[in-house]
Ligand binder design. Structure first.
Ligand code: AMP
Ligand code: MG
Length: 325
């Protein structure tokens, strides 16, 4: 078991020193909990890969205080500036050409680096006194469901890390949106996430290409694997809403995960992600709900997809990867 620390001044000081000494800790962000390390210390970052069982060709996102730090670590451009001014601190990761100060360990040898400035108040307080960016992937074993509470981190990695900073449940609940802004004229989405693509298009005043799922893309955003965010129990996806009748007649060996609360609450194997279909609420609860279902004895999870719009694209992306076998 890890020690779960409240975000007191004393604990934040302890964590800064712990990270500075090359160690790794569980940290809260507004998207999901991260496994954080000093991004300028290759050995510390190597521990992150080892603890997660993450392949070394899947690079880490570096977390910064804000736009003023961007030029220290990357070759910025006007598109990156507009994006950072519009959405930082917040759930947008910007990929840019890296400067030599960023170790190859963090970028898996790529000449690009992924940068984000998180808004979680405790993460920001921690960063304030840190003389380095914090590299942090989600604090879960590679390919399992991401953690949105400190006890999720403890359950999965508590044997391997000494400390978890408890910042409460994550307010957004899904990972950041990743945009490749190396070419300022032709930015591309690499991963759907908590920031809807339409918001980015509005800020830039241009249409943006959606993530491509070709083999070539794996080279640009190496971690975009078809199997990810996956429970132990197999997931079957439904593109159409699951009817009340199907829920009424449901097989008790299956768990049903629907987007909104059914008209009548029927049996213990029916789970829902929101009262009335609100996508923010659905995203926020998705991983915690998948985890609680996965702790049960079901043969299969039957899950309903969202409409392919806004955050619905992100929710469906995660559900599809969760269902991949
Ligand atoms: P996460 O697993 O949420 O920590 O997100 C990390 C993902 O960000 C990786 O799997 C990549 O897809 C993407 N990423 C990180 N660094 C880079 C980079 N330098 N260039 C392109 N994509 C990156
Ligand atoms: Mg992850």
């Amino acid at each position: 078991m890890a020690e779960i620390l409240k975000p007191t001044e004393e604990n934040l000081r302890l964590l800064r020193e712990f990270l500075l000494s090359g160690e790794v800790a569980g940290l809260p962000t507004e998207t999901v909990y991260g496994l954080g390390a000093n991004a300028l210390d290759p050995k510390a970052c190597q521990k992150v890969f080892e603890i997660k069982g993450r392949p070394s060709n899947d690079p880490l996102i570096c977390h910064l205080s804000g736009f003023s730090d961007i030029e220290r670590y990357s070759e910025s451009n006007p598109t990156a500036r507009i994006l950072a001014e519009a959405f930082w601190p917040g759930p947008l990761t910007i990929v840019l050409r890296k400067k030599p100060i960023v170790p190859d360990m963090v970028t898996s040898g790529l000449d690009s680096v992924a940068l984000r400035s998180p808004s979680h108040p405790d993460f920001r307080s921690l960063m304030e006194g840190c003389p380095f960016p914090i590299a942090a992937p989600s604090a879960n074993p590679f390919s399992y469901i991401s953690p949105t509470r400190s006890d999720h981190v403890d359950a999965n990695l508590g044997e391997k890390i000494a400390y978890i900073l408890d910042g409460g449940p994550c307010s957004l609940g899904v990972e950041s949106t990743i945009i490749d802004a190396r070419d300022p004229k032709r930015p591309r989405i690499l991963r759907y996430g908590a920031l809807p693509v339409a918001d980015i298009e509005n800020a830039l005043g241009q249409r943006i290409e959606a993530p491509v799922k070709s083999a070539a893309d794996v080279h640009i955003a190496p971690g975009s694997l078809p199997k990810h965010y996956s429970p132990r129990i197999p997931v079957e996806l439904r593109t159409d809403p699951i009817s009340d009748q199907e829920l009424r007649e449901s097989d008790s060996q299956l768990a049903y995960l629907v987007l909104r609360k059914p008209n009548r609450v029927l049996a213990d194997n029916i789970y829902w992600l929101s009262d009335n279909g609100n996508l923010n609420e659905i995203a926020k609860k998705l991983y915690a709900k998948l985890r609680s279902i996965d702790a049960g004895d079901y043969k299969k999870i039957v899950a309903e997809e969202a409409q392919e719009l806004g955050l619905g694209l992100t929710i469906n992306d995660r559900l599809r990867r969760a269902s991949y076998r």
